[in-house]
Design a protein around this ligand. Sequence first.
Ligand code: SF4
Length: 211
Amino acid sequence: MDAIDDAIFKRMNGRSVSVKTVLKGIEAAKTAGLGIKVNMVVKKGANEEQILPMAAHFKEEGIPLRFIEFMDVGSTNGWQLSSVVSKREIVELINSQFPIEPADEAYYGEVASRFRYKDGSGEFGVISSVTESFCSTCTRARVSADGKLYTCLFAAKGTDLKPVLRSSGSTEEVKQFIASVWHKRTDRYSDERTEETAKNRPKIEMSYIGG
Ligand code: SF4
């Protein structure tokens, strides 16, 4: 959910979906007792003025918000470094309005840097894939709907899991196969990101591997 302002949200989702629709879904999830976390991609010139209204809204609701630096996912979102609002800018802006303090990492390799509101009204996080990459502790893998294992969100190729899944092998064999792919990985795309890699390196689209 990239904005709380309906016009900006509609423009960003490109499908004219209203904020109300999402808020209704969040309410239903809350009623059902599900844990909720809201992600907001921040893009300069598109929605950075929504950082404070979004923080205020979800602070009030007691729902953790995750700000995500605009990334060059896939090759169709027109990414440029100049469109990135950095983690530092986001944190400083929120701190100017709502005093905050850093929170400890909840688990090894947690991708968001988390901050607590000093008034005890919850927390928010920032995923700083562009300005403070975290490939060295990355534990992210994705399986596409057609059965390929991707060991990086920015990988160009996946490893087909179908043959091992469809062979008569045991669960243990499948686990070992996945482990052998994982142990050979050398992915560190965000550590290496430049305007050049963003334009010229082939990458899987995020919609294909489920975000
Ligand atoms: S760029 Fe790839 S290796 Fe680096 S944190 Fe993201 S998914 Fe992990």
